[in-house]
Design a protein. Structure first.
Length: 146
């Protein structure tokens, strides 16, 4: 049941202000640790496996991703569809088959959101062990809108 106190309605610990229009509920105050997004990746040439090794490595890599999901740090990941040619899309909407020189992107990647670079290095180590190849680690710049 909601009670009114000084123009604010309360339902348990969630304050609600009486304003014209729809009811607005404010979330309880939470203290969150700053998190940074990290790109962990490898070029396809780095993954050198036999046909027999591939399903084992795939299962091991998926197990690490499931661990990251369970830990709440997984954002996105996947492999680049190398059989589909990239295109360059200009601001005017024109499309060109010529991409930026040196911008070849192949292989697989994972984006994780973590509290520290040390944590990112540890996750990159887990992915490298699962994939049987070294991983590149990059940090995304902070963007409050993302």
């Amino acid at each position: 049941m909601m009670k009114k106190s000084g123009g604010v309605y309360t339902d348990h610990s969630f304050p609600v202000r009486a304003l014209p229009g729809p009811l607005v509920v404010a979330a309880p105050t939470m203290h969150l640790q700053a998190m940074t997004k990290y790109l962990i990746s490898f070029p396809s040439d780095a993954l050198v496996l036999t046909d027999a090794e591939f399903p084992i490595v795939s299962a091991d890599a998926h197990a690490v991703i499931e661990e990251a999901r369970a830990a709440g740090v997984y954002v996105f990941g996947g492999g680049i569809a190398e059989q589909v040619a990239p295109v360059l899309v200009s601001a005017d909407g024109s499309v060109s088959a010529e991409i930026y020189p040196g911008s070849e992107l192949t292989g697989g990647f994972t984006v994780l959101e973590l509290p520290s670079r040390e944590d990112a290095v540890e996750w990159a180590r887990k992915i490298a062990a699962a994939c049987r190849c070294a991983q590149e680690l990059r940090e995304f710049m902070y963007d409050p809108a993302s």
